[in-house]
Design a protein around this ligand. Structure first.
Ligand code: IMP
Length: 203
């Protein structure tokens, strides 16, 4: 019998699985948005930072369910574009833009920018909020640079454009097992695990 319930506030089954896996050693019963009847819930992410948006999602779901809730917010920051697209990564080319359109817009904006000035980072912030309202956030980053054309069909979003220097390949070309070890999300999840285990022990 698990002691506590934790809701993962995401509609993305891949994220649900990844977060669920990292929490396996915890005495937590993991629930999806579907499990708590919040499937399809629209949350207005009107924060100005990844931290604010992750907390908005986590708080909204915690208040509706009364359970400990975990949410994330992620995106791509490109140095030459003053860290755009940032929190607007999924809707960079418009409200319902698809990955290809976002990638095309990014490549167009960087058309004149030489390779050495195309540094970028993926950012992932995870927010955890407890039923008493106490919360914390952690941040994971993964550095790389933006190529001149998409390469590889693995992953999603900006993966085919993001060259990882240690491998000289994009996340679109790299084995997902490698991505899952070094990604912004993996790094944030590891940090979350550390803080959460301390918090749960201290409660
Ligand atoms: P969200 O956190 O799921 O809302 O993701 C925001 C957006 O950031 C995604 O739609 C992608 O465009 C981008 N993004 C976040 N993480 C990744 C990644 O691991 N690879 C590629 N794109 C990503």
């Amino acid at each position: 019998m698990k002691e506590k319930i934790a809701v993962i506030a995401t509609g993305n089954s891949h994220k649900l699985e990844e977060i669920g896996e990292i929490l396996q050693g915890f005495n937590l019963e993991i629930k999806s948005m579907k499990d708590v009847n919040l499937d399809g819930l629209e949350i207005v992410e009107d924060g100005t930072t990844f931290e604010e948006n992750a907390l908005i999602k986590a708080r909204t779901v915690m208040e509706k369910t009364g359970y400990l809730t975990i949410a994330d917010d992620s995106g791509l920051e490109v140095e030459a574009l003053d860290n755009q697209p940032g929190i607007y990564s999924s809707r960079f080319a418009g409200e319902n833009a698809i990955d290809k359109e976002n990638n095309e817009k990014l490549l167009k904006l960087l058309e004149e920018v030489p390779q050495e000035k195309r540094n970028a980072r993926f950012v992932c912030v995870i927010a955890v909020i407890f039923p008493n309202g106490q919360s914390f956030t952690v941040r994971g980053e993964c550095n790389g640079s933006i190529g001149f054309e998409p390469k590889g069909a693995k992953g999603f979003g900006y993966d085919p454009l993001m060259i990882i220097p240690q491998y000289n390949k994009t996340f679109g070309e790299l084995d997902p097992a490698i991505k899952n070890k070094i990604s912004h999300r993996a790094r944030a999840l590891e940090k979350m695990k550390e803080v959460l285990s301390k918090e749960l022990r201290g409660e």
